[in-house]
Design a binder for this molecule. Structure first.
Ligand code: ATP
Ligand code: MG
Length: 442
């Protein structure tokens, strides 16, 4: 029989594909970026000083998830490396993985090894010793060092100003060549927790990546499918639908690309000759389940406690919850499974992160003479989220027996104002500005 696996791989036999579908995947970095020309030009102009032997400013890049930050930085820094072989070292660090200054310094030193025998151990050395080794190796190499700290907020959440300070200091201690930092984040609120000196040095230049709108996403998809999908395999309306769904998710290009790639896979699997709206809808449903599960599984432990608290508090009171209620129930959950609760401030940061992931929605309500307050609602997939969390081993003996309502709060605050609360629940605000307001109030 003809090999059925080869059929799908052979472009001539496949009515949909004319190129490699994996190029729509997450690991591929294209060589141009529609609607990011301004940001790329800006980054290039800032980094050009390296070619003139001048230390460039440190740069902070801010934008929501899927707005092209990581890929554009990889694109620009690869061009710089290509233009100056051996004279510039680019180290891209994902701070979700390397979230301590110790692990970052070890990784920097080891990336300067000529062979494995020069690698230093991943534990055992003091920070001072690793740092001196780094400066020694960089001075010997006579190269410029560019450190990209992707998801820098994760590093700062754990290590505070000190962690960045050490990396900023490299530039002062290198006599010949320089060093600078590109920080990437989708949560700019972390800057507030930094010393003002570190804050201003880190954000000498800021480059913003605004969310894409549906038209921009459509251009991006059309650009990305060139050479991969046959021109007749998909029509404009189907691409527009995919772009519109991505735009709803705060202009997320990753989401739009994932959706399109999966829709193509579904169409191929079903032996279709075109990718249509039906496949896009099917892909959307599949992705929603997978993404939600993956997102919940990947959350840090205390974020799971906070999310579970938001869901259980809401289940109990049948209304959105207030920060204080979520905090009390979070403490009860953490204690029941054997963990010490974090401070209210840290939990406030976690609430902002959960909002960023779309797992909860944070809104501001005006409570009339009681002033303003922040209230929180879990997203509509509460039941699924709760089940994914409770499926995990750590919750195996969890009963939630201590979860409670803040009855005093209800009586004192809500009393006769329940209707008013219903009305003001409509007021929505950007979570960043909520954070700002709360910070000001503190
Ligand atoms: N303008 C664009 N043109 C082509 N592809 C793009 C564009 N913008 C983003 N992409 C693609 O969308 C996906 C998401 O981009 P990227 O990973 O750079 O986002 P990000 O801003 O770093 O998101 P996060 O904050 O979640 O890390 C990548 O596959 C990237 O190649
Ligand atoms: Mg990124």
């Amino acid at each position: 029989m003809p090999n059925p696996f080869l059929q799908d791989l052979d472009g001539r036999q496949n009515p949909i594909l004319e190129g490699d579908l994996s190029l729509l995947g997450r690991n591929y970095v294209p060589d141009s970026f529609p609607h990011r020309e301004g940001q790329i030009d800006h980054l290039v102009s800032l980094l050009k000083s390296v070619t003139r032997n001048i230390n460039p400013s440190n740069i902070l890049i801010y934008g929501r998830t899927g707005s092209g930050k990581t890929s554009c930085v990889i694109h620009v820094t690869s061009m710089l490396a290509e233009a100056m072989p051996g004279r510039v070292i680019i180290k891209h660090i994902n701070c979700q993985v390397y979230d301590s200054i110790y692990s970052i310094l070890v990784s920097l030193v080891n990336s300067l090894s000529d062979n494995e025998s020069q690698n230093i151990p991943v534990s055992g050395w003091t920070i001072d010793r690793i740092y001196s080794e780094l400066i020694g190796r960089l001075s010997a190499k006579q190269s410029f060092l560019l450190i990209v700290l992707d998801e820098i907020d994760k590093l700062i959440q754990k290590g505070g100003s000190d962690s960045v300070y050490v990396l900023l200091k490299i530039a002062d201690d290198l006599k010949e060549k320089g060093s600078s930092i590109i920080g990437i984040t989708n949560y700019i609120g972390f800057l507030d927790s930094l010393d003002s000196r570190v804050q201003s040095r880190l954000s000498q230049e800021t480059v913003m990546f605004p969310p894409y709108n549906a038209n921009e996403l459509k251009d991006i998809l059309e650009f990305r499918i060139k050479g991969i999908l046959k021109p007749d395999a998909i029509n404009e309306g189907t691409i527009a639908l995919c772009a519109a769904i991505g735009a709803q998710e705060h202009g997320d290009a990753r989401k739009a690309l994932d959706l399109l790639k999966l829709a193509v896979e579904i169409a191929i699997r079903n032996g279709r000759s075109k990718v249509g709206e039906e496949e896009i809808i099917q892909a959307k449903e599949t992705l929603e389940v997978n993404v939600l599960k993956e997102t919940i599984r990947g959350l840090p432990l205390h974020s799971k406690f906070v999310l579970l608290s938001a869901i259980l508090s809401e289940e109990l009171t049948k209304r959105p919850s207030f920060t204080g209620e979520i905090y009390s129930n979070y403490c009860r959950i953490a204690s029941e499974v054997g963990y010490s609760p974090l401070t209210p401030r840290r939990v406030g940061d976690i609430i902002s992160d959960l909002d960023e992931y779309g797992l909860i929605t944070t809104k501001i309500a005006s409570m009339g003479r009681h002033g303003r307050t922040r209230y929180i609602e879990a997203n509509e997939k509460r039941e699924e989220m709760k089940n994914y969390i409770l499926e995990e081993e750590i919750f195996s003996g969890f009963r939630g027996k201590n979860i409670g309502k803040q009855t005093r709060f209800e009586e004192d605050w809500l009393g006769g104002e329940k209707d008013r609360l219903q009305n003001v629940m409509e007021t929505t605000m950007d979570p960043d500005s909520i954070q700002e307001r709360e910070d000001k109030r503190e």
